[in-house]
Design a protein around this ligand. Sequence first.
Ligand code: ZN
Length: 129
Amino acid sequence: MSHRRSIEVSTDERVTTVELTDRVEAAVPETATGTCTVFVEHTTAGLSINEAEPRLREDIERALTELVPESGWAHDEIDDNADAHLRSMLLGRSVTVPVTDGSLDLGTWQSILLVECDGPRTRTVSVTA
Ligand code: ZN
């Protein structure tokens, strides 16, 4: 039987990353073995597993903003954030991590990163394990 818990995440910039590994692990039941699905319940934020090194996090933010231009999109006529929707699509909205006895089986350099594309906002991330 799996359990689902929610994490609330506050972001402080329009495009930024938030390291979630410890909060995700804390949301996984101690008895869980199998897989854990982490899912961000929004259309303008994404999730990724990568190294949480600060300069790389700057590069992730820069790459997303350079890959998707800020303006000139059709959806901007609705609420002026098409770039955020498109950037989040490059990342995807969920990651799956193997779990043993409630511990995430991540590689040495792997961290779970929420990537905010339209902050500052409060985001809801679900953890099902
Ligand atoms: Zn929108």
